[in-house]
Design a protein around this ligand. Structure first.
Ligand SMILES: [Fe+2]
Length: 376
């Protein structure tokens, strides 16, 4: 594991300071900011609060019970601090909305009323410390519909909720319900697309982007990343990871590149940044993580910080699996020009203006950002 140098830290701090002065927020609507949270896996102690109906005959019960314990511990102390830090910045600095990148809850209730209660409690709790009435946007993650009856419980909640919150954000009431697997809206001059990352045919995403050629910036919000995570054993569990997605993945890669799009994702429990350049143009992806499972995860220490570090790692893969992994990584490696990866958890702020788009990373419950990523 590489440790960040003093010089890197100073560059990051200087960039943050310069960025504050450089960005001009005078044009209302064209300049906006969001408090960003990665996966949160909201849960509670004792485990019986949300998991008293949990079916322990589930073949994944051992792993999932360990996750319940992890969540209960982190939501007792560290995650409330992280949330309060994000909210205090939202009180201090102009903030237009909260963006959460999926797996907002742990799920695994195996009981519809409890699953719904977990979602309601979670939204109320997460929203609590922020300025009142801030729109709260969240994208579907795999945990959000995990458990018996949870699929309908989640989507029956999430689609009307997002329709209402997007209306608050844009100031335009939607006559139609926003529906997964993909939907879009304009925030000022920018196109925002939200998708269900397990969708097999990615063409609806490309179609939504192609239908709005005037947008200043294009944001794609997906829980599972589009870029293969080279440090994940479940490297195909992402947007476009299914082999049935191969053709539409190529189209989306080109579409994102032509539009210099910004992909925002979660799922890997890492903080990752990728910039891709190719004959079509360029796009970047930022993966956020708010699963502050251990104190030491409040870190900026990178495990990878150069495109040459992006490679498939053998791990416990069979030769056949590893060949597939290498091919999948090669798809993105060919155009990778910037890369940062760490196991850090924290909160983030997204600033959007004519001058560019930047993402500030605040490890743990930090109130100062030691690292700013320029996304556009
Ligand atoms: Fe996930």
């Amino acid at each position: 594991m590489k440790s960040i140098t003093r010089l890197e830290f100073l560059i990051g701090s200087a960039a943050a300071t310069a960025g504050c002065k450089m960005f001009n927020f005078s044009s209302e609507g064209d300049s906006y900011s969001a408090a960003v949270l990665g996966d949160t896996h909201y849960d509670a102690d004792p485990i019986s609060v949300y998991h008293s109906h949990y079916d322990n005959s589930n073949p994944w019960a051992k792993i999932q019970n360990a996750e319940f314990v992890r969540n209960a511990n982190m939501w007792k102390d560290r995650c409330p601090k992280l949330l309060n830090a994000s909210a205090s910045l939202a009180h201090r600095e102009k903030t237009d909305f909260i963006l959460q990148l999926g797996d907002i809850i742990q799920g695994d209730c195996d009981h519809v009323p409890t699953h719904r209660k977990m979602l309601d409690d979670c939204i109320k709790y997460l929203r609590g410390p922020y300025p009142e009435a801030l729109p709260f946007l969240t994208v579907v993650g795999n945990h959000d519909f995990r458990g018996k009856g949870a699929w309908d419980a989640y989507f029956d909640f999430a689609e009307p909720f997002m329709t209402k919150e997007v209306a608050k954000l844009t100031g335009k009431s939607n006559s139609k319900l926003l529906k997964y697997p993909a939907f879009s809206f304009r925030k000022g001059p920018d196109l925002w697309v939200f998708c269900h990352f397990e969708m097999e045919d990615l063409n609806p995403i490309s179609d939504l982007i192609d239908a709005d050629i005037q947008a200043r910036y294009v944001f794609l919000v997906t829980h599972g990343p589009f870029t293969t995570c080279s440090r994940s054993g479940a490297y195909r569990w992402r947007l476009g990871g299914n082999k049935k997605s191969d053709a539409s993945r190529v189209r989306l890669y080109e579409t994102l590149s032509r539009r210099k799009a910004i992909v925002l994702s979660g799922h890997t429990h890492m903080t990752n940044y990728y910039r891709h350049e190719n004959k079509f143009g360029s796009f970047c992806e930022f993966t956020a993580n708010s699963v502050w499972a251990k104190q030491e995860r409040a870190t900026l220490v990178s495990v990878d910080d150069d495109p040459s570090d992006y490679k498939a790692l053998k791990g416990r893969f069979t030769d056949e699996q590893f060949k597939d992994f290498e091919e999948d990584v090669a798809f993105f490696k060919r155009g990778l020009v910037e890369y940062f990866s760490n196991y850090g958890a924290g909160h983030y702020r997204l600033d959007v203006s004519n001058a560019g788009v930047r993402m500030k990373f605040y490890p743990g419950d930090a109130l100062d950002s030691p690292r700013v990523f320029l996304l556009a």
